[in-house]
Design a protein around this ligand. Structure first.
Ligand code: HEM
Length: 481
């Protein structure tokens, strides 16, 4: 009887009286259609979409600012990740406040210093991934972009020797896919046994995580020892051009002595790998595809590089000088967002917002941002990819610093927003620009014969399927300054 009750009892969200969209087979795999229908039928009020076994209350775009302002104690992004991705086993959502400060403040501060050495990391990664050849060489773009970013980020966070190794790149590349696969499988399991089965379903991810921790533990232990031994701890935070970023020293400076255990630091390194590589790799992949679709933009960006580079070197800044490249990246993020929804939060206490009923503790909420990225009020011809859209907009008086790749706000939802907005966006910005600059300078590239930008389809969790099989051809070229 109890088992039957557990299976059939309506969930709390089902009792709210909100309209439920979807349900048909076709809808299940087509978030785009669902959100169009939601917008048409409920332009100003929330509705429910059930996906991956969980009901999500979807708020209209007009609620973006209200939801972004909700504090962690009311609606938490981290708790959302912990719950939906079983973060205890997988990683998402396990970050601490001290860790977030390290990423948003300490890592961000290091970016300009590291530009020259990261240009060298981009060169080494591209040499490994694309090689040096005078004939066109065909390869799948998605794994190539992922590998390039993985090697660059690995070198920055854990040092060149391990970070560039096949062993690390393979592990770091597998983890996000194993987590996604586990999350897909677990969504088909009745909710009341999910917790019991999670360690089995997520076993591949748990093993990979364990192997990654094992691989870096020697490096982190050495960093920790150095920190304990240093008389002047601040000297370890001094930023240098060479070497990895002092992430361990930054974490140990922000944690209390009791908090700064090897286990905690290893977990922080896991979070860093998990959140930094697939996101930046996918952004690089999508931007390259847009460039190959509009080859005149490739020449425009090369011209800009010629103006900005000195002796082939990028400036030691946050690379704001590359305004046209920034615009292409931002337009790519608008046209190819990772998800049609954003501001995913778990409601922590019963909460009534300005629209909709009181939401019980445990409700999953999010905002329709598909209609921000495609808004006719915000953007001229949003259906077109206009690489210099934001470059032109920034020429308008008062808008010089708006509309950047790293900008947040209710017209730029790709980083989330509020106190939970992505703290790594400055780092991602620098990584992608350095990678793109290297590829533009040293390679010609285009779609392989018969290939084109894959048609966009949505995955069952509201993210866009990036289409991972697209083939490109690459050929080395000589950079003429
Ligand atoms: C193009 C690359 C990236 C994109 C599109 C991206 C996007 C996002 C988004 C949408 C969120 C959720 C924010 C919210 O719900 O309000 C997020 C969170 C986060 N991102 Fe990124 N991200 C990227 C790169 C990075 C990098 C390189 C790092 C670290 C070096 C990073 C670290 C984090 C962390 C730690 C969080 C969790 C924040 C929290 O729990 O409060 N991200 N990111």
């Amino acid at each position: 009887f109890f088992l039957w009750r557990a299976i059939t009892a309506p969930d709390k969200v089902g009792k709210l009286g909100l309209p439920i969209l979807g349900g048909s087979k076709q809808h299940k795999n087509d978030f785009h259609q669902l959100l169009e229908e939601g917008r048409r039928r409920y332009p100003n009020t929330p509705y429910v979409i059930k996906t991956q076994g969980l009901p999500y209350v979807v708020f209209p775009t007009s609620m973006f600012d209200e939801i972004k302002k909700l504090p962690h104690q009311i609606a938490s992004g981290q708790e959302f990740q912990l719950k939906t991705y079983f973060g205890k086993y997988t990683t998402p959502g396990t970050d601490t406040p001290a860790y977030l400060k390290v990423i948003s403040v300490d890592l961000a501060r290091s970016i300009p210093f590291k530009v020259p050495s990261r240009q060298e990391d981009a060169r080494a990664a591209a040499a490994d991934v694309f090689g040096d050849f005078s004939e066109w060489k065909e390869l799948k773009l998605f794994p190539a972009a992922m590998r390039m970013i993985s090697m660059m980020n690995g070198a920055t966070f854990i040092g060149r020797e391990l970070g560039r190794s096949d062993h690390w790149v393979q592990l770091a590349g597998s983890l996000p896919f194993q987590v996604m696969a586990g999350t897909f499988i677990i969504s088909h399991v009745p909710r009341f046994i999910q917790t019991a089965l999670a360690p089995i379903i997520y076993a591949p991810a748990i093993i990979t995580k364990w192997r990654m921790k094992w691989a870096i533990s020697g490096i982190i232990k050495k960093d920790m020892q150095e920190f304990y031994n240093a008389k002047d701890k601040k000297s370890l935070l001094r930023l240098t051009e060479e070497g990895k970023v002092p992430l361990t020293a930054a974490l140990m400076s922000r944690y209390t002595a009791e908090e700064a255990t090897l286990g905690r630091l290893l977990q922080d390194y896991m979070v860093t790998s998990f959140v930094s590589t697939p996101t930046s790799g996918a952004a690089l992949y999508l931007t390259l595809m847009e460039l190959a679709s509009q080859p005149h933009l490739i020449e425009t960006l090369r011209e800009e590089l010629r103006e900005v580079l000195v002796d082939g070197k990028l400036p030691k800044t946050h690379l704001g000088e590359l305004r046209k490249m920034d615009s292409v990246m931002r337009e790519s993020a608008r046209a190819n967002p990772f998800s049609l929804l954003a501001l995913y939060r778990l409601v922590m206490v019963p909460t009534k917002l300005s629209s909709g009923p009181e939401l019980p503790k445990g409700t999953l909420i999010c905002v329709d941002v598909h209609h921000i990225n495609n808004s006719r009020e915000l953007w001229e011809k949003p259906e077109e990819f206009n690489g210099l859209r934001f470059y032109e907009l920034r020429k308008e008086p008062g808008k010089e610093n708006k509309h950047q790749f790293v900008s947040t706000g209710n017209d730029s939802p790709g980083w989330g927003d509020g106190s939970m907005a992505c703290p790594g966006r400055l780092f991602a910005n620098s990584t992608i620009k350095i990678a793109l600059a290297h590829l533009l300078m040293n390679y010609d590239f285009k779609f392989a014969d018969g290939e084109r930008k894959p048609p966009r389809t949505s995955l069952p969790n509201g993210t866009w399927n990036p289409g991972m099989d697209t083939k490109f051809v690459f050929k080395s070229r000589k950079w003429v300054a």
